[in-house]
Design a protein around this ligand. Structure first.
Ligand SMILES: O=C1C[C@@H](c2ccc(O)c(O)c2)Oc2cc(O)cc(O)c21
Ligand SMILES: O=C(O)CCC(=O)C(=O)O
Ligand SMILES: [Fe+2]
Length: 373
């Protein structure tokens, strides 16, 4: 699609009703409000994590139990200085406030790696997400393509580079905790990732005219090892652990990162740790910003459980590369979306057929009445 045909959502925000391409099937629509917060997701302080004498074990235990129960937890006292977080939030807000033509200079809808896009990184989604994103690949450093990183606001590169470095450090600490929690060597998860990749997706969810019909970001699991999510205080991140029957809205906590286990983390633990099943809902009162930092293994890393405990079976038939796993996952997500569309069309068709049958019956009754009259 040519950039001139792409309309940033910021310009649809003030319309009275939601355009049809954003309307979700009834079953997929939000079930819980963006601000009906739950405190079920554990908030864990990392203070003392480098001390010996029990503190590390205690933090480790809390993290492992959150991974087993939800695949999601929040962390405080994580060591990332608030100034990096404030700068990142400010910059992201400034980027999305730029005029459409400035954002579209980095348009990635033709399949380019990194830049700006409305709705989704996946081409071919049937129903659109109510979000704009800007994304950049930050690790490994040698693979950075700065021509795909925004050049406005002016300090974008300096701020995002510093933020990425801080989050890579934090991500590595968490991988150590997860390794130890499984009773493995401290570097087991890092080794399984080879040279760690990092991709940052900045999500901007404008105010939505009919939020009960739409999703900011459809239900999904993240593909990688772990995701570190920075969210503002508006609320909208939701998670389910019963296959979508019930949802909770994660309470935003000032200064915290939300940590999600992704599919790779789920496989490494042979399913012991949940891959967080989550989505983002929107609202008509506030726009919302979140910054997802995906800590992924290298594309050629092997995906396979690190340990299969006694009495367990490997949850994968054979080892595959992360690149292959990623490709299969995204294809499957698109396939599901297409199947939903076909099912919906079939239902509509059956409905039409049913109506047509009734009309024919009514008409033939009338014809009979005319003959008999
Ligand atoms: O934007 C996202 C979110 C997320 C995702 C996973 C699977 C989906 O089908 C989906 O619609 C969203 O994980 C991502 C992983 C990426 O590599 C890039 C992204 O933009 C995202
Ligand atoms: O914005 C959010 O709360 C969720 C973002 C997310 O799940 C993602 O970017 O993968
Ligand atoms: Fe996600």
């Amino acid at each position: 699609m040519a950039p001139s045909e792409i309309i940033p959502l910021t310009s649809l925000s003030h319309e009275k009703s939601l355009r049809s391409k954003f309307i979700r099937d009834v079953d997929d629509r939000p079930k819980v409000a963006y601000n009906q917060f739950s405190d079920d997701i554990p908030v864990i302080s990392l203070a003392g994590i480098n001390e010996s004498g029990g503190k590390r074990e205690e933090v480790c235990r809390k993290i492992i139990s959150a991974c087993e129960e939800w695949g999601v937890f929040q962390i405080l006292d994580h060591g990332v200085d608030a100034k990096f977080v404030d700068n990142m939030n400010r910059l992201a807000r400034e980027f999305f406030a730029l005029p459409a033509h400035e954002k579209l200079r980095f348009d990635m809808s033709g399949g380019k790696k990194g830049g700006f896009i409305v709705s989704s990184h996946l081409q071919g989604e049937i129903v659109q997400d109510w979000r704009e994103i800007v994304t950049y690949f930050s690790y490994p450093i040698k693979a950075r393509d700065y021509s795909r990183w925004p050049d406005k606001p002016e300090d974008w590169r300096a701020v995002t580079e510093a933020y990425s470095e801080q989050l890579m450090g934090l991500g590595c600490i968490l991988l150590e905790v997860l390794s130890e929690g499984m009773g493995l060597e401290k570097d087991a998860w890092a080794k399984a990732c080879l040279e760690m990749d990092q991709k940052v997706v900045v999500n901007f969810y404008p105010k939505c005219p009919e939020p009960s019909l739409a999703l900011g970001l459809k239900r999904h699991t993240d593909p990688g090892t772990i995701t570190l999510l920075l969210q503002d205080q508006v609320g909208g991140l939701q998670t389910t652990r019963d296959g979508g029957k019930t949802w909770i809205t994660v309470q935003p906590v000032e200064g915290a990162f939300v940590v999600n286990l992704g599919d790779h983390g789920h496989y490494l633990s042979n399913g012991r740790f949940k891959n967080a099943d989550h989505q983002a809902v929107v609202n008509s009162n506030y726009s919302r910003l979140s910054v997802a930092t995906f800590q992924n293994p290298a594309p050629n890393a092997t995906v396979y459980p690190l340990e299969i405990r006694e009495g367990e079976k490997a949850m994968m038939d054979e080892p595959i590369t992360f690149a292959e796993m990623y490709k299969r996952k995204m294809n499957k997500d698109l396939e599901i979306a297409k199947l939903k569309k076909v099912a919906k069309e079939k239902l509509l068709l059956e409905d039409e057929l049913e109506k047509a049958k009734v009309e024919v019956q009514v008409k033939s009754c009338k014809d009979l009445e005319e003959i008999l009259a």
